[in-house]
Design a protein around this ligand. Structure first.
Ligand code: NIG
Ligand code: FE
Length: 401
């Protein structure tokens, strides 16, 4: 089959609104980009290629949502109501609610139920131009149920036009059967759960919730050592509720990302820079738990640490199914600029997955994954709240949405 030339479009190849091509074309063959540039420069011998006009629309790389907990059972609206009545997120967790209540709901759900619940959250993201997504486990907290979550995540990637990266987050919370025995649970994670799931090909990366209400530095380090032995990249939920020094530990293990980071200090920022660790900011969680401590955006800028932003879609701290909304929050709440936000959901988000080679940039030889937008200016992607701006999504050269 002859290549298709998508033309009459304005092209932003890597999320930088100052680096665009105004009358552009993208030629696609067998799902990959074989040529892109100014339409007038399209080689003449390609004149008979199939043409598709996009009517002057903006085109960006497919968006990347690099931190989600999309697969889980139930929801936590009642807990939200409790918080509105004044109970804190940490207090709810200590009373056996919070993450552990989602663990209960996830354990009783079968794969089909989890799959159907997850697609309700996945589809709105895909309709907004997301073509790659990370999905964590962490609501099963035993081998059988962590496996179930990861299998559902993989299945989403097989059934939907999106590349799914799975992250094992066994060290997310202490399961009730290990109450008071956190070290024993970490032992179970390191000797049984993680090796088995990695062996089954269900794990692309390993994450730890390092926090007072999560796991300590030394427990986190044990999980990272196991990941290193298995050849898996690591990342961390770090400095979300307090400064526990997790980021520096994660950086020592060459973490691909450290996420949340509201309480990160300059030493942690330097460690990230030295290790090439991406800072994943999660404005939805900041907003939803009404955090007041802002992540150190100026320090991240000063030390030129790449910033990604993501939905953190989860039932407890960020029940959001719109990356565009979170992009707006990144600018209104964290004062990120439009280029920072756009790079934060393309090139830097891909880097946070360790897959900058595959996502976040449009170029010759890469997969033709792109989003087509109904807007006059790219700043509109950050400006509107709740407006369905995405007109079309092309994945692997085919119209997916
Ligand atoms: O990313 N911080 C820990 N994990 C999730 C919240 C999980 C939950 O409350 O269910 C987060 O914020
Ligand atoms: Fe998270």
């Amino acid at each position: 089959m002859k290549p298709t030339v998508w033309h009459d479009l304005k092209l932003c190849t890597a999320g930088d609104p100052d680096d665009t091509i105004s009358d552009a074309a993208i030629a696609v063959e067998d799902g990959r980009i074989v040529w892109l540039g100014t339409f007038a420069d399209l080689p003449r011998d390609h004149a008979d290629w199939h043409r598709e006009s996009l009517g002057g629309a903006w085109v960006t790389p497919g968006l990347v949502d690099c931190h989600t907990h999309l697969v889980y059972g139930g929801q936590r609206a009642d807990e939200f109501a409790q918080r509105l009545a004044g109970v804190s997120y940490e207090a709810i967790a200590q009373q056996g609610g919070g993450i552990v209540s989602t663990v209960r709901a996830t354990r009783v759900a079968d794969e089909d139920t989890l799959f159907r619940a997850a697609i309700e959250r996945l589809e709105p993201l895909l309709a907004e131009g997301v073509t790659a997504i990370e999905i964590k486990s962490g609501y099963g907290l035993d081998l059988v149920n962590e496996r179930k979550m990861l299998r559902v995540a993989r299945l989403l990637g097989e059934r939907y036009p999106v590349t799914v990266y799975t992250t094992f987050l066994g060290a997310h919370a202490l399961p009730p059967e290990f109450a008071g025995r956190a070290d024993d649970y970490i032992e179970e994670v390191c000797t049984r759960m993680l090796p088995a799931l990695a062996d089954e090909g269900l794990v692309d990366a390993v994450d730890v919730f390092c926090e007072r209400i999560g796991f300590s530095l030394s427990q986190s380090e044990k999980v990272f050592n196991t990941a290193a032995r298995l050849g898996l990249p690591v990342k961390m939920h770090a400095e979300q509720l307090s400064n526990s020094g997790g980021t520096a530990l994660a950086a020592r293990y060459g973490a691909i990302s450290a996420d949340h980071l509201e309480f990160l200090d300059e030493a942690g920022v330097r460690a990230m820079k030295a290790a090439g660790t991406v800072a994943v900011l999660l404005p939805g969680a900041y907003y939803f738990i009404r955090e007041t401590q802002l992540p150190p955006v100026d320090l991240l800028r000063k030390h030129q640490v790449p910033i990604a932003i993501s939905t953190d879609s989860n039932p407890g701290t960020s029940p959001v199914t719109s990356l565009l909304l979170v992009m707006n929050m990144g600018s209104t709440l964290f004062r990120l600029t439009v280029p920072e936000v756009l790079q934060g959901v393309t090139v830097h988000a891909a880097q946070a997955l360790g897959r900058a080679d595959r996502h976040g940039v449009l170029d010759v030889g890469r997969e033709a994954d792109f989003a087509v937008w109904s807007c006059a200016s790219l700043a509109e992607l950050v400006y509107w709240l709740g407006r369905p701006l995405c007109r079309m999504v092309v994945r692997g050269g085919k119209v997916a949405y």
